[in-house]
Design a protein around this ligand. Structure first.
Ligand code: NAD
Length: 516
Protein backbone atom coordinates (compact mmCIF):
# COMPACT_ATOMS: atom_id res chain seq x y z
CA UNK A 1 0.00 0.00 0.00
CA UNK A 2 1.61 3.24 -1.22
CA UNK A 3 -0.47 5.56 0.94
CA UNK A 4 -0.09 8.42 -1.55
CA UNK A 5 -2.93 10.38 -3.17
CA UNK A 6 -3.10 9.13 -6.77
CA UNK A 7 -5.64 10.28 -9.37
CA UNK A 8 -6.24 7.50 -11.96
CA UNK A 9 -6.92 8.01 -15.68
CA UNK A 10 -9.99 10.20 -16.13
CA UNK A 11 -10.88 8.76 -19.53
CA UNK A 12 -11.11 12.27 -21.03
CA UNK A 13 -11.34 12.40 -24.84
CA UNK A 14 -8.07 13.52 -26.43
CA UNK A 15 -8.02 16.11 -29.24
CA UNK A 16 -6.83 15.48 -32.81
CA UNK A 17 -3.09 15.57 -33.50
CA UNK A 18 -1.92 19.13 -34.04
CA UNK A 19 0.32 19.98 -37.02
CA UNK A 20 2.74 22.85 -36.33
CA UNK A 21 4.48 25.07 -38.87
CA UNK A 22 7.29 27.61 -38.88
CA UNK A 23 6.21 31.27 -39.06
CA UNK A 24 8.50 33.39 -41.23
CA UNK A 25 7.87 36.87 -42.58
CA UNK A 26 4.19 36.84 -41.62
CA UNK A 27 3.33 33.50 -43.27
CA UNK A 28 3.25 29.90 -42.07
CA UNK A 29 5.75 27.84 -44.07
CA UNK A 30 4.27 24.87 -45.98
CA UNK A 31 5.74 21.59 -44.79
CA UNK A 32 6.33 18.30 -46.63
CA UNK A 33 3.17 16.56 -45.40
CA UNK A 34 1.00 19.30 -46.85
CA UNK A 35 0.23 20.35 -50.41
CA UNK A 36 2.70 22.79 -51.90
CA UNK A 37 6.47 22.91 -52.13
CA UNK A 38 8.57 21.68 -49.21
CA UNK A 39 10.78 24.32 -47.64
CA UNK A 40 14.35 24.13 -48.84
CA UNK A 41 16.37 21.59 -46.86
CA UNK A 42 13.54 20.56 -44.53
CA UNK A 43 14.67 17.43 -42.75
CA UNK A 44 11.64 15.70 -41.24
CA UNK A 45 9.27 15.83 -38.33
CA UNK A 46 9.24 15.64 -34.55
CA UNK A 47 6.36 13.55 -33.25
CA UNK A 48 5.53 14.55 -29.68
CA UNK A 49 4.03 11.84 -27.51
CA UNK A 50 2.08 12.96 -24.48
CA UNK A 51 4.18 11.98 -21.45
CA UNK A 52 1.03 11.21 -19.47
CA UNK A 53 -1.09 9.49 -22.12
CA UNK A 54 1.51 8.05 -24.52
CA UNK A 55 -0.46 9.17 -27.60
CA UNK A 56 0.74 11.51 -30.38
CA UNK A 57 -0.16 15.11 -29.53
CA UNK A 58 1.61 17.13 -32.21
CA UNK A 59 3.80 16.90 -35.29
CA UNK A 60 6.39 19.59 -35.78
CA UNK A 61 8.74 20.14 -38.71
CA UNK A 62 12.45 20.08 -37.92
CA UNK A 63 13.98 23.44 -38.74
CA UNK A 64 17.20 23.87 -40.65
CA UNK A 65 19.99 26.46 -40.81
CA UNK A 66 18.36 27.85 -43.97
CA UNK A 67 15.01 28.33 -42.24
CA UNK A 68 16.65 29.93 -39.20
CA UNK A 69 18.53 32.29 -41.51
CA UNK A 70 15.35 33.15 -43.40
CA UNK A 71 13.60 33.97 -40.12
CA UNK A 72 16.52 36.14 -38.97
CA UNK A 73 16.51 37.96 -42.33
CA UNK A 74 12.76 38.61 -41.97
CA UNK A 75 13.21 39.98 -38.44
CA UNK A 76 16.18 42.11 -39.58
CA UNK A 77 14.21 43.63 -42.47
CA UNK A 78 11.22 44.28 -40.20
CA UNK A 79 13.42 46.04 -37.68
CA UNK A 80 15.45 48.07 -40.14
CA UNK A 81 12.47 49.55 -42.01
CA UNK A 82 10.86 50.69 -38.74
CA UNK A 83 7.49 49.02 -39.37
CA UNK A 84 7.35 48.23 -35.63
CA UNK A 85 10.13 50.17 -33.89
CA UNK A 86 8.99 53.49 -35.42
CA UNK A 87 5.41 53.10 -34.18
CA UNK A 88 4.38 55.10 -31.13
CA UNK A 89 4.28 53.35 -27.78
CA UNK A 90 0.51 53.78 -27.91
CA UNK A 91 0.25 51.91 -31.21
CA UNK A 92 2.51 49.08 -29.99
CA UNK A 93 0.53 48.86 -26.74
CA UNK A 94 -2.73 48.53 -28.69
CA UNK A 95 -1.42 45.40 -30.44
CA UNK A 96 -0.10 43.90 -27.19
CA UNK A 97 -3.45 44.47 -25.49
CA UNK A 98 -5.25 42.81 -28.39
CA UNK A 99 -2.90 39.81 -28.06
CA UNK A 100 -3.73 39.59 -24.33
CA UNK A 101 -7.42 39.51 -25.19
CA UNK A 102 -6.88 36.75 -27.78
CA UNK A 103 -4.81 34.69 -25.33
CA UNK A 104 -7.66 34.83 -22.85
CA UNK A 105 -10.18 33.85 -25.53
CA UNK A 106 -7.99 30.85 -26.48
CA UNK A 107 -7.02 29.78 -22.95
CA UNK A 108 -8.79 26.42 -23.01
CA UNK A 109 -7.31 25.11 -26.26
CA UNK A 110 -3.84 26.42 -25.42
CA UNK A 111 -3.95 24.93 -21.91
CA UNK A 112 -5.08 21.56 -23.25
CA UNK A 113 -2.22 21.20 -25.72
CA UNK A 114 0.27 22.51 -23.15
CA UNK A 115 -0.96 19.86 -20.70
CA UNK A 116 -0.69 17.08 -23.25
CA UNK A 117 2.79 18.09 -24.44
CA UNK A 118 4.29 18.85 -21.03
CA UNK A 119 2.39 16.57 -18.62
CA UNK A 120 1.39 19.43 -16.31
CA UNK A 121 -2.08 19.51 -14.68
CA UNK A 122 -4.84 21.15 -16.71
CA UNK A 123 -5.84 23.55 -13.92
CA UNK A 124 -2.25 24.74 -13.65
CA UNK A 125 -1.93 25.08 -17.44
CA UNK A 126 -5.09 27.21 -17.57
CA UNK A 127 -3.70 29.42 -14.81
CA UNK A 128 -0.40 29.81 -16.65
CA UNK A 129 -2.00 30.73 -19.99
CA UNK A 130 -4.46 33.24 -18.53
CA UNK A 131 -1.76 34.58 -16.18
CA UNK A 132 0.49 35.09 -19.20
CA UNK A 133 -2.16 37.38 -20.70
CA UNK A 134 -1.49 39.68 -17.75
CA UNK A 135 2.22 39.77 -18.67
CA UNK A 136 1.20 41.02 -22.13
CA UNK A 137 -1.01 43.68 -20.52
CA UNK A 138 1.76 44.81 -18.20
CA UNK A 139 4.20 45.00 -21.12
CA UNK A 140 1.65 47.16 -22.97
CA UNK A 141 1.69 49.60 -20.06
CA UNK A 142 5.48 49.77 -20.32
CA UNK A 143 5.32 50.43 -24.07
CA UNK A 144 3.28 53.57 -23.34
CA UNK A 145 5.31 54.82 -20.40
CA UNK A 146 8.84 53.99 -21.48
CA UNK A 147 11.14 56.99 -21.40
CA UNK A 148 14.76 57.96 -21.05
CA UNK A 149 16.41 60.38 -18.67
CA UNK A 150 17.45 64.01 -18.67
CA UNK A 151 20.43 65.77 -17.06
CA UNK A 152 19.41 69.30 -16.18
CA UNK A 153 22.20 70.23 -13.77
CA UNK A 154 25.16 70.35 -16.14
CA UNK A 155 25.15 74.17 -16.23
CA UNK A 156 22.87 76.63 -18.05
CA UNK A 157 24.56 76.10 -21.42
CA UNK A 158 24.39 72.29 -21.43
CA UNK A 159 21.61 69.73 -21.62
CA UNK A 160 22.00 65.98 -21.89
CA UNK A 161 19.35 63.35 -22.45
CA UNK A 162 19.74 59.61 -22.23
CA UNK A 163 17.72 57.97 -24.98
CA UNK A 164 16.44 54.41 -24.82
CA UNK A 165 16.24 52.69 -28.18
CA UNK A 166 15.23 49.13 -29.06
CA UNK A 167 18.26 46.87 -29.22
CA UNK A 168 17.22 45.37 -32.60
CA UNK A 169 16.71 41.73 -33.58
CA UNK A 170 16.29 39.41 -30.57
CA UNK A 171 16.56 35.61 -30.59
CA UNK A 172 14.35 33.98 -27.97
CA UNK A 173 15.08 30.36 -27.00
CA UNK A 174 12.73 28.71 -24.49
CA UNK A 175 12.51 25.43 -22.49
CA UNK A 176 9.74 22.86 -22.03
CA UNK A 177 8.80 23.31 -18.39
CA UNK A 178 6.70 26.53 -18.69
CA UNK A 179 6.56 26.92 -22.48
CA UNK A 180 4.00 29.69 -22.77
CA UNK A 181 4.68 31.46 -19.49
CA UNK A 182 8.43 31.79 -20.14
CA UNK A 183 7.80 32.99 -23.71
CA UNK A 184 5.50 35.64 -22.22
CA UNK A 185 8.19 36.75 -19.78
CA UNK A 186 10.30 37.70 -22.80
CA UNK A 187 8.39 38.36 -26.02
CA UNK A 188 5.91 41.11 -25.00
CA UNK A 189 8.71 43.02 -23.29
CA UNK A 190 10.91 42.80 -26.40
CA UNK A 191 7.95 43.95 -28.50
CA UNK A 192 7.11 46.77 -26.08
CA UNK A 193 10.68 47.99 -26.52
CA UNK A 194 10.27 47.99 -30.33
CA UNK A 195 12.44 44.96 -31.11
CA UNK A 196 11.74 42.26 -33.68
CA UNK A 197 12.18 38.60 -32.77
CA UNK A 198 12.90 35.05 -33.83
CA UNK A 199 11.55 32.48 -31.37
CA UNK A 200 12.62 28.86 -30.98
CA UNK A 201 10.48 26.89 -28.53
CA UNK A 202 11.58 23.57 -27.04
CA UNK A 203 11.20 20.65 -29.43
CA UNK A 204 9.13 18.93 -26.71
CA UNK A 205 6.51 21.68 -26.28
CA UNK A 206 6.28 23.82 -29.42
CA UNK A 207 2.51 24.10 -29.94
CA UNK A 208 1.49 27.07 -27.77
CA UNK A 209 4.27 29.15 -29.33
CA UNK A 210 2.88 28.40 -32.81
CA UNK A 211 -0.67 29.14 -31.64
CA UNK A 212 0.61 32.46 -30.32
CA UNK A 213 2.01 33.11 -33.81
CA UNK A 214 -1.54 32.78 -35.16
CA UNK A 215 -2.84 35.17 -32.50
CA UNK A 216 -0.12 37.73 -33.25
CA UNK A 217 -1.17 37.85 -36.91
CA UNK A 218 -4.83 38.11 -35.88
CA UNK A 219 -3.95 41.00 -33.55
CA UNK A 220 -2.41 42.91 -36.47
CA UNK A 221 1.29 42.59 -35.67
CA UNK A 222 3.14 43.54 -38.88
CA UNK A 223 4.68 40.66 -40.88
CA UNK A 224 8.22 39.66 -39.88
CA UNK A 225 8.12 41.29 -36.45
CA UNK A 226 7.82 37.87 -34.78
CA UNK A 227 9.07 34.74 -36.51
CA UNK A 228 9.00 31.19 -35.14
CA UNK A 229 11.45 28.48 -36.16
CA UNK A 230 10.81 24.99 -34.81
CA UNK A 231 13.23 22.18 -34.15
CA UNK A 232 16.27 21.31 -32.10
CA UNK A 233 19.02 23.28 -30.39
CA UNK A 234 21.32 22.11 -33.17
CA UNK A 235 21.20 23.67 -35.67
CA UNK A 236 18.27 26.09 -35.08
CA UNK A 237 19.10 27.36 -31.56
CA UNK A 238 22.81 27.50 -32.32
CA UNK A 239 22.16 29.58 -35.48
CA UNK A 240 19.94 31.99 -33.54
CA UNK A 241 22.65 32.38 -30.90
CA UNK A 242 25.55 33.03 -33.24
CA UNK A 243 24.19 34.80 -36.33
CA UNK A 244 25.75 38.24 -36.98
CA UNK A 245 22.37 39.82 -37.86
CA UNK A 246 21.03 39.09 -34.36
CA UNK A 247 21.65 41.82 -31.76
CA UNK A 248 20.65 39.94 -28.62
CA UNK A 249 19.85 36.42 -27.51
CA UNK A 250 17.66 35.70 -24.51
CA UNK A 251 17.61 32.12 -23.30
CA UNK A 252 15.90 30.15 -20.56
CA UNK A 253 17.07 26.61 -19.98
CA UNK A 254 19.86 24.57 -18.48
CA UNK A 255 23.09 26.10 -17.25
CA UNK A 256 25.13 23.86 -19.57
CA UNK A 257 23.31 25.03 -22.72
CA UNK A 258 23.33 28.62 -21.42
CA UNK A 259 27.13 28.52 -21.23
CA UNK A 260 27.25 27.29 -24.83
CA UNK A 261 24.94 30.11 -25.93
CA UNK A 262 27.11 32.74 -24.23
CA UNK A 263 30.14 31.27 -26.01
CA UNK A 264 28.35 31.20 -29.40
CA UNK A 265 27.15 34.79 -28.94
CA UNK A 266 30.65 35.99 -28.06
CA UNK A 267 31.88 35.73 -31.66
CA UNK A 268 29.82 38.81 -32.55
CA UNK A 269 29.66 40.23 -28.98
CA UNK A 270 25.87 40.31 -29.01
CA UNK A 271 24.02 40.94 -25.77
CA UNK A 272 23.10 37.78 -23.84
CA UNK A 273 20.40 37.31 -21.20
CA UNK A 274 20.25 33.94 -19.45
CA UNK A 275 17.72 32.42 -17.04
CA UNK A 276 19.22 29.15 -15.87
CA UNK A 277 18.96 26.56 -13.13
CA UNK A 278 18.77 26.72 -9.35
CA UNK A 279 19.14 24.70 -6.13
CA UNK A 280 16.86 26.92 -4.15
CA UNK A 281 16.78 26.69 -0.35
CA UNK A 282 13.95 27.39 2.07
CA UNK A 283 15.28 28.02 5.60
CA UNK A 284 12.97 27.28 8.51
CA UNK A 285 13.57 28.81 11.95
CA UNK A 286 11.83 27.40 15.05
CA UNK A 287 9.81 30.61 15.61
CA UNK A 288 8.16 30.38 12.17
CA UNK A 289 4.50 29.66 11.46
CA UNK A 290 5.47 26.04 10.92
CA UNK A 291 2.20 24.91 9.38
CA UNK A 292 2.43 27.58 6.64
CA UNK A 293 6.11 26.78 6.15
CA UNK A 294 5.41 23.05 5.77
CA UNK A 295 2.67 23.74 3.21
CA UNK A 296 5.02 26.04 1.25
CA UNK A 297 7.82 23.47 1.32
CA UNK A 298 5.50 20.83 -0.15
CA UNK A 299 4.22 23.28 -2.79
CA UNK A 300 7.77 24.45 -3.53
CA UNK A 301 9.12 21.00 -4.29
CA UNK A 302 6.20 19.30 -6.09
CA UNK A 303 4.82 22.17 -8.18
CA UNK A 304 5.27 21.21 -11.87
CA UNK A 305 6.68 17.85 -10.56
CA UNK A 306 9.72 19.83 -9.41
CA UNK A 307 10.56 20.60 -13.05
CA UNK A 308 10.85 24.20 -12.13
CA UNK A 309 13.83 26.57 -12.04
CA UNK A 310 12.42 27.94 -8.77
CA UNK A 311 11.88 24.51 -7.25
CA UNK A 312 12.49 24.66 -3.49
CA UNK A 313 14.53 21.51 -3.80
CA UNK A 314 16.46 21.80 -0.55
CA UNK A 315 15.35 22.90 2.89
CA UNK A 316 17.48 23.88 5.85
CA UNK A 317 15.55 23.17 9.05
CA UNK A 318 16.70 24.30 12.48
CA UNK A 319 18.06 21.28 14.36
CA UNK A 320 15.57 21.67 17.25
CA UNK A 321 12.51 21.20 15.02
CA UNK A 322 13.97 19.06 12.22
CA UNK A 323 12.39 15.75 13.23
CA UNK A 324 8.85 17.03 13.82
CA UNK A 325 8.95 19.32 10.76
CA UNK A 326 10.15 16.51 8.49
CA UNK A 327 7.40 14.22 9.79
CA UNK A 328 4.84 16.90 8.94
CA UNK A 329 6.07 17.37 5.37
CA UNK A 330 6.02 13.61 4.84
CA UNK A 331 2.42 13.60 6.05
CA UNK A 332 1.45 16.52 3.79
CA UNK A 333 3.27 14.98 0.80
CA UNK A 334 1.01 11.93 1.03
CA UNK A 335 -2.01 14.23 0.53
CA UNK A 336 -0.81 15.92 -2.66
CA UNK A 337 -2.81 14.65 -5.66
CA UNK A 338 -0.44 13.09 -8.23
CA UNK A 339 -1.91 11.60 -11.41
CA UNK A 340 -3.86 12.23 -14.62
CA UNK A 341 -3.09 15.81 -15.71
CA UNK A 342 -6.47 16.02 -17.44
CA UNK A 343 -8.37 15.59 -14.17
CA UNK A 344 -9.00 19.05 -12.66
CA UNK A 345 -8.36 17.58 -9.18
CA UNK A 346 -4.75 16.70 -10.06
CA UNK A 347 -2.05 18.91 -8.53
CA UNK A 348 1.04 17.13 -9.92
CA UNK A 349 1.26 15.52 -13.34
CA UNK A 350 3.73 13.50 -15.43
CA UNK A 351 7.51 13.73 -15.90
CA UNK A 352 8.26 15.33 -19.26
CA UNK A 353 10.08 12.34 -20.83
CA UNK A 354 11.36 8.85 -20.06
CA UNK A 355 14.95 10.07 -20.28
CA UNK A 356 14.27 12.78 -17.74
CA UNK A 357 12.55 10.29 -15.40
CA UNK A 358 15.70 8.13 -15.56
CA UNK A 359 17.84 11.16 -14.65
CA UNK A 360 15.69 11.87 -11.57
CA UNK A 361 16.00 8.24 -10.51
CA UNK A 362 19.79 8.35 -10.96
CA UNK A 363 19.99 11.41 -8.65
CA UNK A 364 18.01 9.59 -5.96
CA UNK A 365 20.12 6.42 -6.32
CA UNK A 366 23.33 8.46 -5.99
CA UNK A 367 21.97 10.17 -2.86
CA UNK A 368 21.19 6.76 -1.34
CA UNK A 369 24.71 5.55 -2.11
CA UNK A 370 26.12 8.72 -0.55
CA UNK A 371 24.29 7.92 2.71
CA UNK A 372 20.99 9.83 2.49
CA UNK A 373 17.82 8.16 3.82
CA UNK A 374 14.66 7.95 1.70
CA UNK A 375 11.93 9.09 4.08
CA UNK A 376 9.27 8.98 1.33
CA UNK A 377 9.02 7.89 -2.31
CA UNK A 378 12.24 7.42 -4.26
CA UNK A 379 10.86 5.68 -7.33
CA UNK A 380 8.58 5.96 -10.36
CA UNK A 381 4.84 6.10 -9.75
CA UNK A 382 2.45 3.91 -11.73
CA UNK A 383 -0.84 5.78 -12.25
CA UNK A 384 -3.76 3.39 -12.89
CA UNK A 385 -4.81 3.57 -16.53
CA UNK A 386 -1.85 5.74 -17.58
CA UNK A 387 1.41 3.99 -16.72
CA UNK A 388 4.73 4.72 -15.04
CA UNK A 389 5.65 8.13 -16.51
CA UNK A 390 5.20 9.73 -13.07
CA UNK A 391 7.46 10.01 -10.01
CA UNK A 392 6.58 9.62 -6.35
CA UNK A 393 6.87 12.58 -3.98
CA UNK A 394 10.33 12.00 -2.56
CA UNK A 395 11.95 13.23 0.65
CA UNK A 396 15.58 12.55 1.47
CA UNK A 397 16.86 13.06 5.02
CA UNK A 398 20.35 12.79 6.49
CA UNK A 399 21.63 14.91 3.60
CA UNK A 400 24.97 16.62 4.20
CA UNK A 401 26.15 19.76 2.34
CA UNK A 402 28.86 17.91 0.41
CA UNK A 403 26.42 15.42 -1.20
CA UNK A 404 25.50 15.98 -4.85
CA UNK A 405 21.80 15.91 -3.90
CA UNK A 406 22.37 19.03 -1.77
CA UNK A 407 24.09 20.91 -4.60
CA UNK A 408 22.82 19.74 -8.00
CA UNK A 409 19.54 20.57 -9.69
CA UNK A 410 17.40 17.39 -9.91
CA UNK A 411 14.42 18.92 -11.73
CA UNK A 412 12.06 16.39 -10.17
CA UNK A 413 9.81 16.00 -7.08
CA UNK A 414 12.77 15.35 -4.79
CA UNK A 415 13.42 17.27 -1.56
CA UNK A 416 16.79 17.27 0.24
CA UNK A 417 16.51 17.98 3.98
CA UNK A 418 19.51 19.52 5.77
CA UNK A 419 19.78 21.04 9.25
CA UNK A 420 21.42 24.13 10.78
CA UNK A 421 21.85 25.78 14.19
CA UNK A 422 22.50 29.52 13.62
CA UNK A 423 21.61 32.20 11.08
CA UNK A 424 25.28 32.48 10.09
CA UNK A 425 25.50 28.76 9.49
CA UNK A 426 22.27 28.85 7.46
CA UNK A 427 23.63 31.66 5.26
CA UNK A 428 26.90 29.81 4.72
CA UNK A 429 24.96 26.75 3.55
CA UNK A 430 22.63 28.83 1.36
CA UNK A 431 25.54 30.58 -0.35
CA UNK A 432 27.78 27.52 -0.67
CA UNK A 433 26.95 26.52 -4.24
CA UNK A 434 27.11 27.46 -7.89
CA UNK A 435 23.51 28.66 -8.18
CA UNK A 436 21.76 31.81 -6.94
CA UNK A 437 18.23 31.96 -8.32
CA UNK A 438 15.94 32.17 -5.28
CA UNK A 439 15.92 31.56 -1.54
CA UNK A 440 13.33 31.70 1.22
CA UNK A 441 13.24 32.26 4.96
CA UNK A 442 10.54 31.38 7.49
CA UNK A 443 10.58 33.22 10.83
CA UNK A 444 8.26 35.53 12.76
CA UNK A 445 11.29 37.68 13.65
CA UNK A 446 11.70 40.58 11.22
CA UNK A 447 15.39 40.94 12.12
CA UNK A 448 16.06 37.30 11.21
CA UNK A 449 14.20 37.71 7.92
CA UNK A 450 15.96 40.93 6.94
CA UNK A 451 19.43 39.70 7.92
CA UNK A 452 18.78 36.57 5.87
CA UNK A 453 17.48 38.53 2.89
CA UNK A 454 20.52 40.83 2.90
CA UNK A 455 22.99 37.95 3.23
CA UNK A 456 21.52 35.43 0.76
CA UNK A 457 23.13 35.30 -2.69
CA UNK A 458 19.98 35.04 -4.81
CA UNK A 459 18.07 37.04 -7.40
CA UNK A 460 14.83 36.69 -5.38
CA UNK A 461 14.38 36.21 -1.63
CA UNK A 462 10.97 35.26 -0.28
CA UNK A 463 10.16 35.79 3.37
CA UNK A 464 7.28 33.77 4.83
CA UNK A 465 6.09 32.83 1.36
CA UNK A 466 7.39 30.92 -1.66
CA UNK A 467 7.24 31.51 -5.42
CA UNK A 468 4.90 34.49 -5.34
CA UNK A 469 5.53 36.55 -8.46
CA UNK A 470 4.08 39.61 -10.16
CA UNK A 471 4.59 41.14 -13.62
CA UNK A 472 5.74 44.30 -11.82
CA UNK A 473 8.51 42.56 -9.83
CA UNK A 474 11.65 41.70 -11.75
CA UNK A 475 13.09 38.17 -11.80
CA UNK A 476 16.48 36.62 -12.52
CA UNK A 477 19.48 34.89 -11.01
CA UNK A 478 22.97 35.58 -9.74
CA UNK A 479 26.08 33.38 -10.00
CA UNK A 480 25.47 30.46 -12.40
CA UNK A 481 21.69 30.96 -12.32
CA UNK A 482 21.84 33.59 -15.00
CA UNK A 483 22.55 37.00 -16.43
CA UNK A 484 20.11 39.90 -16.69
CA UNK A 485 16.53 40.31 -15.50
CA UNK A 486 13.08 39.57 -16.86
CA UNK A 487 9.66 41.17 -16.26
CA UNK A 488 9.18 44.32 -14.23
CA UNK A 489 10.50 47.61 -15.58
CA UNK A 490 14.00 46.08 -15.67
CA UNK A 491 12.63 43.39 -17.98
CA UNK A 492 11.91 46.09 -20.55
CA UNK A 493 15.30 47.74 -20.09
CA UNK A 494 17.02 44.47 -21.07
CA UNK A 495 15.74 44.99 -24.62
CA UNK A 496 16.84 48.63 -24.88
CA UNK A 497 20.10 50.21 -25.94
CA UNK A 498 21.13 53.41 -24.21
CA UNK A 499 22.29 56.43 -26.19
CA UNK A 500 23.54 59.62 -24.55
CA UNK A 501 22.78 62.86 -26.34
CA UNK A 502 24.81 65.86 -25.12
CA UNK A 503 23.76 69.31 -26.35
CA UNK A 504 25.24 72.78 -26.03
CA UNK A 505 22.79 75.65 -25.82
CA UNK A 506 24.08 78.71 -27.67
CA UNK A 507 27.66 79.34 -28.86
CA UNK A 508 29.22 79.67 -25.41
CA UNK A 509 32.15 77.20 -25.66
CA UNK A 510 35.60 78.76 -25.82
CA UNK A 511 37.45 77.44 -28.93
CA UNK A 512 39.92 74.62 -28.29
CA UNK A 513 42.28 75.93 -30.92
CA UNK A 514 43.96 79.10 -29.70
CA UNK A 515 44.40 81.66 -32.50
CA UNK A 516 48.07 82.15 -33.42
P1 NAD B 1 17.70 22.97 -22.30
O1 NAD B 1 18.82 23.84 -21.94
O2 NAD B 1 17.98 21.57 -22.63
O3 NAD B 1 16.89 23.54 -23.55
C1 NAD B 1 16.35 24.84 -23.57
C2 NAD B 1 16.19 25.31 -25.01
O4 NAD B 1 17.48 25.44 -25.59
C3 NAD B 1 15.40 24.36 -25.90
O5 NAD B 1 14.63 25.13 -26.81
C4 NAD B 1 16.50 23.63 -26.66
O6 NAD B 1 16.09 23.12 -27.92
C5 NAD B 1 17.53 24.73 -26.84
N1 NAD B 1 18.90 24.28 -27.07
C6 NAD B 1 19.46 23.09 -26.74
N2 NAD B 1 20.75 23.07 -27.14
C7 NAD B 1 21.01 24.27 -27.71
C8 NAD B 1 22.16 24.85 -28.33
N3 NAD B 1 23.32 24.20 -28.41
N4 NAD B 1 22.08 26.11 -28.80
C9 NAD B 1 20.92 26.81 -28.71
N5 NAD B 1 19.79 26.30 -28.17
C10 NAD B 1 19.84 25.04 -27.67
O7 NAD B 1 16.68 23.12 -21.08
P2 NAD B 1 15.35 22.35 -20.85
O8 NAD B 1 15.69 20.93 -20.54
O9 NAD B 1 14.37 22.63 -21.92
O10 NAD B 1 14.82 23.08 -19.51
C11 NAD B 1 15.26 22.73 -18.25
C12 NAD B 1 16.28 23.70 -17.71
O11 NAD B 1 15.78 25.05 -17.79
C13 NAD B 1 16.55 23.51 -16.22
O12 NAD B 1 17.94 23.52 -15.97
C14 NAD B 1 15.89 24.72 -15.55
O13 NAD B 1 16.42 25.09 -14.33
C15 NAD B 1 16.01 25.75 -16.58
N6 NAD B 1 14.98 26.78 -16.40
C16 NAD B 1 15.33 27.99 -15.89
C17 NAD B 1 14.38 28.97 -15.67
C18 NAD B 1 14.75 30.31 -15.13
O14 NAD B 1 13.98 31.24 -15.32
N7 NAD B 1 15.87 30.47 -14.50
C19 NAD B 1 13.05 28.72 -16.00
C20 NAD B 1 12.73 27.48 -16.53
C21 NAD B 1 13.71 26.52 -16.72
Amino acid sequence: MLDLTVIPASGATLPEVRINRHLIGGAFVPSPAEPGPAPDGDSGWIERLSPSHGTVVSRTPVGTIQLAEAAIAAARAAFDDGRWSALSGKARAAVLLKVAELIEANTDRMALIETLESGKPITQARGEVSGAADLWRFAASLARTLHGDSHTSLGPDMLAVVLKEPIGVVSIITPWNFPFWILSQKLPFALAAGCTCVVKPSELTPSTTVILGELLLEAGLPAGVVNVVLGYGQPVGATLASHPSVDMVTFTGSTAVGRGIAAAASSTLKKVALELGGKNPQVIFPDADLESAADAVVFGVYFNVGQCCNSGSRILVHQDIAEAFTARIVELSRQVAFGDPLDPATQVGAIVSREHGAKIDAHVAAARRAGATVALGGKALEVPGLGPQFYQPTILTGVTPDMAIAREEVFGPVLAVLTFRTLDEALTLVNDGDYGLSAGVWSENIHTCLAFARGAQAGTVWTNTWMDGFPEVTFGGVKQSGLGREIGRQGLDEFMEIKSLVMRIGRTRAPWVRPR
